[in-house]
Design a protein around this ligand. Structure first.
Ligand SMILES: [Cu+2]
Length: 153
């Protein structure tokens, strides 16, 4: 009678122990995803040591929005607002720069953004002159988006 209780007790302990061990291995499995994302983050840094660990795609959307806002503001004669949007356009462009591996495209995009800012800041916003600059900027932004998509972000 006593012996069988001891045996049962041992069995219970063994079952509990194995369950706990099972929990332990579950924890290990659950801990894996963060480790994997860390690897991805270091992989992202891999194509440039100086590259920030942020996704440049939302920045491209911000850039597009700034440009569209600016065009509307210029047309509405809201010069001050247009100048703010143009400044925003340049600062967003600067944020995307470290993610770009194509030096030529990088240079063209930055120049296009600065040119738009300078045109808007000069006050004499010739709509037709600005329009061609905006089109050039949009084209460069498309190329940049395509370029950024080729990387692991
Ligand atoms: Cu990047």
């Amino acid at each position: 009678m006593i012996k069988s209780k001891v045996l049962l007790g041992t069995l219970v302990i063994t079952v509990v122990m194995s369950l706990l061990a099972g929990c332990g291995s579950n924890e290990k499995t659950a801990a894996k995803p963060p480790a994997a994302s860390q690897e991805q983050a270091s992989g992202h840094q891999g194509h440039s040591a100086a590259m920030p660990k942020e996704d440049p795609m939302p920045m491209m959307k911000d850039m597009d929005k700034s440009l569209q806002d600016m065009v509307k503001q210029v047309k509405a004669g809201q010069t001050m607002d247009a100048q703010k949007s143009a400044a925003q356009l340049v600062s967003t462009t600067d944020k995307v720069m470290p993610h770009m591996m194509d030096a030529g495209l990088k240079d063209k995009l930055r120049k296009a953004a600065v040119e738009i800012k300078d045109t808007v800041n000069s006050g004499k916003t010739d709509p037709s002159a600005l329009e061609s600059k905006v089109k050039a900027m949009q084209d460069l932004m498309k190329q940049t988006t395509t370029h950024l998509q080729t990387m692991s972000h």
